[in-house]
Design a protein around this ligand. Sequence first.
Ligand SMILES: [Zn+2]
Length: 315
Amino acid sequence: MFSNESRGGDRRTPPRFASAAGAVCLLIGLAACGSGTGSAHTGSAGDRVSATGDTSAPGTVAPATSTPPGSPTPPGSPTAETLPLAGKVVALDPGHNPANYRHTAEINRQVNVGNGHKECDTTGTETNAGYAEASYTLDVSRRVRSLLIARGAKVVLTQNGDRPYGPCVDERARIGNEAHADAAVSIHADGAPAADYGFHVIAPQSLHEGGADTRAIAGPSLRLATSLRAHFAAATKEPFADYLGGGKGLMVRGDLGGLNMSTVPKVFIECGNMRNARDAKSLTNPAWRQDAARGIADGLTAFLESSSDSPGGKG
Ligand SMILES: [Zn+2]
């Protein structure tokens, strides 16, 4: 539940910090953070648990079974083994961290992104009314996680509001790699000029430079991107972004460490423009965020099911 009250008076807006953090985001943006100011948003503890009531620690979560131990299983009811995503592992990466702004030195540290170096992490953007991108990404990630677990998947979060900052973009990729995720999604919202609107998905460019080698994942990641684009649009009615990528809602980029360092199929989704009034109204609406989560979960599910059908396995 989003309200100023739920923040429990924990709203901090140190103006001196805002421009520096915004510059970090502009220069190094984990994604296209645009004009994000990164001003002081923590999200309260209430925000952090409001999405699903789930306060569990990050890490691998076993698929839930709907039947209590000892209960007879009604004929035809799903079991963990027959759920559509049984055996699948998904890494969800809630972009940024609500507390990054307090750790400028740490998040400005340079990390290797394969074809260069970038800052560890960025603060992200926010709506004009002050709803932080990092609060949005965490909320939607938790909603997606709940939906995927109900479909039988194991889900790994790169952070669950439980770290003082970050993780760094290289670690965000590594968490998905080490989980041997069948698919990974980094969830963001953009900070573009106020007149711009819409969502887009970002797939990794095929590259082999330094420590980055996305040649094997570029193809499946593009399939994941197109699946997410279709299902997110259907679930939310959000239009494709009108301000980049020719209005196709899809970009291919080689400058994002979280994609460059991935060895599993991975994409970013920028769910809307936080600086646009219409998009901000959606992004701050819990019902819309549930639709957004369903779109992302459906896109992942369709991708994972099609990967299972293909003779090449999970790519
Ligand atoms: Zn972002």
